[in-house]
Design a protein around this ligand. Structure first.
Ligand SMILES: Nc1ncnc2c1ncn2[C@@H]1O[C@H](COP(=O)(O)OP(=O)(O)O)[C@@H](O)[C@H]1O
Ligand SMILES: [Mg+2]
Length: 345
């Protein structure tokens, strides 16, 4: 649905050139909720604004829904852009217009008649739950309600894609949840492709299917949420994940002598991560019964990634060396992620 090929963006300013986005390649499938996470200044906004050409890339191709936007004339581009809605951190509503008139605005610009506009705006008001606020002005709305207007306005021209630039960053956690819920809902109902940029891991975890991590204008890591959570490869990704998924070792183990290798009589400390169905497997009892080892549970947690259960379990296994080896092999064969953190003696 969206493809970036070697897309680059250099800003020219009084203080010299800023290479905000280095050669970037990205493919986002139709119907996907794709997240881009990075710290402030990493190039997130530049990246997302290149997708709808609010920023013209200084190199590379942007292809959306089979059409190359980077090769279009202005008039063609204006038309193609109707396929791409966008919402913003600070909502960007028109203060002098009511809720209804804000949503109607892009349709008025397209020259639609009052009746056609009404037919489009009414269901959108219902979709975002603002029917009773239609005559209110932005200053009379809460942040969450303003973003709902932003979403309805972005959907007015029936886009296939919705771009969200830090859309929940100005909202409190509760309101963030409700807006993310609405985005998930319209993603399913309208089969809308959503690209969302954020500096908050919590947001990504709540709704994204796949995510890219961006740093200094470069995508440094990309994958499914589960991959990223269970196997982060870069320090930046690890940092983002630990911000919400802090599986700290208990004090006693931090100070316990731990080696990288198996020593005679030492006990492996194992972190298991599992997702979806396998979360219900009788794993521990199988280990104990079948492999004749003892299992000490040190930490356990069940969370979710986009509504799918995601569990973490920290266990210590003790017993015969051979038994331990077989037990760990058994774990490796399961549909879960296993990491031997070290051997406690
Ligand atoms: N219009 C601009 N002119 C010059 N530099 C810019 C402009 N917009 C962004 N930048 C610079 O590009 C880099 C990436 O910015 P941005 O894409 O806004 O990052 P993010 O959204 O991740 O915070 C930053 O160093 C920023 O200062
Ligand atoms: Mg930004």
């Amino acid at each position: 649905m969206i493809e970036l090929q070697n897309v680059e963006k250099t800003y020219q300013s009084k203080h010299g050139n800023v290479l905000a986005l280095k050669k970037t390649n990205l493919k986002i499938a139709a119907g996907e909720i794709f997240g881009v996470i990075g710290l402030s200044g990493a190039g997130k906004s530049t990246l997302i604004r290149c997708i709808n050409m609010l920023e013209t890339p200084t190199g590379g191709k942007v292809i959306v829904d089979g059409q190359e936007l980077t090769a279009m004339k202005d008039s063609e581009l204006r038309k193609a852009r109707q396929n791409i809605g966008m919402i913003f951190q600070h909502f960007n509503l028109l203060a002098c217009r009511t809720v209804y008139d804000n949503i109607a605005f892009p349709l008025e610009i397209q020259g639609m008649s009052k009746d056609t506009i009404k037919q489009k705006v009414e269901p959108l008001l219902a979709l975002v739950g603002l029917e009773d606020r239609r005559n209110h002005y932005p200053s009379q709305l809460s942040g969450g309600q303003k973003q709902r207007v932003g979403i309805a306005r972005a959907l007015a021209s029936n886009p296939k894609i919705l771009l969200c630039d830090e859309a929940t960053s100005a909202l409190d956690p509760q309101t963030t949840k409700s807006i993310l819920g609405l985005l998930k809902d319209i993603n399913k109902r309208l089969n809308l492709t959503i690209v969302l940029i954020t500096h908050q891991m919590q947001v990504v975890k709540e709704i994204c299917d796949r995510v890219a991590v961006i740093e200094d204008g470069t995508i440094i890591e990309e994958g499914t949420m589960f991959d990223l959570f269970t196997n982060p490869k870069t320090p930046t990704t690890k940092e983002f994940i630990s911000s919400i998924n802090n599986v700290e070792l208990p004090e006693i183990l931090k100070t316990a002598p731990m080696s990288k290798e198996y020593l005679d009589g030492s006990r492996p400390l194992v972190r298991l991560s599992f997702i979806g169905d396998s979360a219900g497997d009788p794993l521990i009892s199988t280990l104990i019964k079948k492999y004749d080892v003892e299992v000490n549970i040190i930490y356990g947690n069940i969370d979710s990634i986009k509504d799918i259960p995601y569990g973490t379990l920290l266990i210590e296994i003790s017993g015969d060396r051979e038994h331990i080896k077989n037990a760990i092999n058994y774990l490796h064969e399961r549909k879960l992620k296993i990491e031997v953190i070290g051997y406690v003696s």
